[in-house]
Design a protein around this ligand. Structure first.
Ligand SMILES: C[S@@+](CC[C@H](N)C(=O)[O-])C[C@H]1O[C@@H](n2cnc3c(N)ncnc32)[C@H](O)[C@@H]1O
Length: 273
């Protein structure tokens, strides 16, 4: 098992409280999530996500699964290229907050247990969420299972710099200035807490080589990391045509048939932006 970071006891008491904490965190701050990420990235977040998808060679007709979709920021960009996009997230608050913005098929569920048939997707995306999973090995095995041969995994993450000075400066901005300003502007302490947690998980996340190694162990090949602006990591990897997959449980359930998950297709608003 590879945990993405050690327990962060300043946010939740015991390790087994982490999952509940994360769900409450995102449920509670969901209405402000899109504003918050636009605020600290100076509005470049959507543009960056769109650029990465275009560069990954996403084509019209490709079937995309966006896990940890949240309000659907990555999924909406994928939808502008291909109509077949499914989002998955455990936070009903985040899924509902995203429903105003696009017609997406969303499934409430966890990345550790994907409620889809083997080989269902051409591309899986994970946007700035890897740090919230319980076990990277388990999630990557599930991704390998539901991707078709030659299917691709694409992960976007912020990586804290190795240099202590650069790390400290980024910490002052992301862990101090941004949460404080967000609390004043939104008047909601929970938004500040979400942003402080965002930085703490980024700071304490396992190094890129651990993430690449977990991808390979799960059966991916051609795994690589590309870096933009020193901190934006794009991990990508492919499922080989000749299976190198570790044994995993094959499931034949559709999203709406699986226990513990809920599929919801959300209608587009009368006028979309
Ligand atoms: C920082 S948001 C990222 C949202 C979006 N992908 C983006 O690019 O902005 C992290 C999301 O991960 C979700 N999440 C947390 N634990 C998860 C898990 N075990 N499986 C799937 N999603 C999870 C949270 O509910 C939250 O919506």
């Amino acid at each position: 098992m590879t945990a993405p970071h050690p327990p962060l006891r300043q946010f939740y008491g015991a390790p087994h409280d982490r999952e509940r904490f994360v769900k409450d965190l995102f449920d509670g701050s969901a209405p402000w999530y899109d504003w918050a990420i636009a605020f600290f990235s100076f509005g470049s977040g959507n543009w960056y996500r769109r650029q990465v998808l275009a560069r990954a060679g996403l084509n019209k007709g490709d079937r995309v699964l966006d896990i940890a979709t949240g309000t659907g920021v990555v999924a909406r960009e994928a939808l502008s290229i291909t109509p077949s996009v499914v989002g998955l997230d455990p936070s009903i608050g985040m899924l509902v907050a995203g429903r105003e913005k696009a017609r997406l098929t969303n499934v409430q569920g966890k990345s550790e247990l994907l409620p889809f048939r083997d080989g269902s997707f051409d591309l899986i995306t994970i946007g700035f969420a890897l740090r919230h999973f319980a076990d990277l090995d388990g999630v990557f095995r599930e991704c390998a299972r539901v991707l078709r041969p030659n299917g691709k995994l694409l992960i976007l993450e912020i990586t804290a710099p190795r240099s202590r000075l650069a790390r400290a400066l980024l910490g002052i901005y992301m862990g101090g200035v941004v949460p404080a300003a967000a609390a004043i502007i939104t008047r909601h302490a929970r938004v500040a807490r979400m942003l402080r947690y965002y930085w703490a998980t980024t700071r304490d996340c396992v190094r890129p080589e651990v993430i690449l190694s977990a991808m390979r162990s799960a059966g991916f090949r051609d795994e690589r990391r590309d870096v933009d602006l020193a901190i934006f990591s794009k991990y990508s990897a492919t499922i080989p045509v000749t299976p190198a997959r570790p044994a995993s449980v094959s499931r034949e359930a559709c999203p709406s048939e699986s226990a513990g998950t809920r599929a919801m297709t959300v209608p587009a608003p009368a006028e979309s932006d």
